[in-house]
Design a protein around this ligand. Structure first.
Ligand code: UGA
Ligand code: MN
Length: 313
């Protein structure tokens, strides 16, 4: 089919033919230049990537040691409010994994939904309090199974960085996170709103840890609050037996003792050598469980939707 046409073109005269040849040659050279251009661009891109990969990172881009924040939580009307407040505090902190561990047998989709919305990298796990402690009339070891579950997670999944036990109801100044990030073994600092002294703190004289100030010493070697210390993950790996005891009032002391040997001189004193308060043991007023919604009256209103967002015990 093409041949007769080609012939015809030839027959029509050599002028037209050479014109066509010129066009073809031009097309060819455009193609060639385009190929060269694309190839050169590709080569430059590869060289640029290689060059960038060899550049040292700017100081503000250096990857910081990871922080592992272990937060015990449990089902109650205030739960989502507490997690929301803490979560948005943690959102200001780089390279952090939030281990939210609920004292329950199964996870709650409302909690998962809240964590998703906040957008801080998290793991949501469960670790129920053993039955024997749940049933007791005396003080319960609150948050202990959760924190020990967090320690197991770190032993299995983390190699470096720092761990910190952040109860869901406390208040945290984000500066403390940047300070604790470089903990070599154990670091400590004051916690406001603890006991009648109004603060629980290491006592420092001439730069040295001399003892502890707290309204309740109770024969503890480390009379400190859960919010007042952090531990390096490497150090935790060196103490494979370390864990928190199910002993109300002695959770912090028992855990810190289980990190032995630990010299007092090895405890790093943060928050300007314990002259500042950057964490507070705040407590939220207890709210009674929400009344059930009258569905006959409100079943076809927005209340039917928000009713599903209420955490009931
Ligand atoms: C104080 C300390 O700050 C806690 O670290 C310590 O565990 C607790 O005392 C204790 O010795 O029992 P406090 O404010 O009295 O804390 O206790 P909560 O805030 O009610 O509980 C501590 C953490 O455990 C919270 O994160 C809470 O969500 C969690 N929790 C509490 C549970 O997981 N299960 C519970 O039944 C109660
Ligand atoms: Mn509390």
């Amino acid at each position: 089919m093409l041949l007769p046409q080609a012939k015809e073109v030839k027959l029509n005269g050599s002028g037209v033919s050479s014109n066509n040849n010129n066009k073809m040659a031009l097309g060819k050279s455009i193609k060639m230049y385009l190929t060269i251009f694309v190839a050169t661009t590709c080569v430059y891109m590869v060289l640029y990537q290689y060059h960038m990969s060899r550049q040292p990172l700017a100081t503000n881009e250096v990857i910081k040691p990871p922080l592992y924040i272990i937060t015990p939580t449990y089902r109650r009307p205030e739960q989502l409010a507490e997690l929301t407040r803490l979560g948005y505090t943690l959102k200001h902190v780089l390279n952090l994994l939030w281990l939210v561990i609920e004292d329950a047998n199964r996870t709650n989709p409302l909690v998962a939904h809240t964590l998703d919305r906040i957008g801080v990298p998290y793991e949501y796990l469960v670790a129920p309090m053993p039955e024997q402690y749940k049933l007791t009339k005396r003080a319960k070891p609150r948050g202990v199974s959760n924190r020990n579950r967090g320690l197991d997670y770190l032993r299995a999944n983390a190699t470096e960085g720092v761990l910190y036990f952040a109860d869901d109801d406390n208040t945290y100044d984000i500066n403390i996170f940047e300070q604790m990030r470089y903990t070599k073994k154990v670091s400590m600092w004051p916690v406001g709103l603890v006991t009648k002294t109004g603060v629980s703190s290491p006592i420092i004289r001439e730069g040295k840890l001399e003892g502890y100030y707290d309204g309740w010493i109770g024969g503890r070697k480390y009379p400190v609050d859960m919010a007042g210390f952090a531990v390096s993950v490497k150090f935790l790996h060196e103490r494979p037996q370390a864990k928190m005891p199910f002993k109300p009032g002695y959770e912090e002391d028992g855990f810190l003792r289980s990190l032995a040997p630990l010299d007092n001189a090895e405890i790093e004193l943060l928050a300007d050598e314990c002259r500042e308060i950057l964490t507070w043991h705040t407590q939220t007023k207890k709210n009674s469980p929400a009344l059930p919604l009258n569905m006959t009256r409100y079943g076809h209103t927005n209340l039917a939707f928000i009713e599903k967002l209420l955490v009931r015990p």
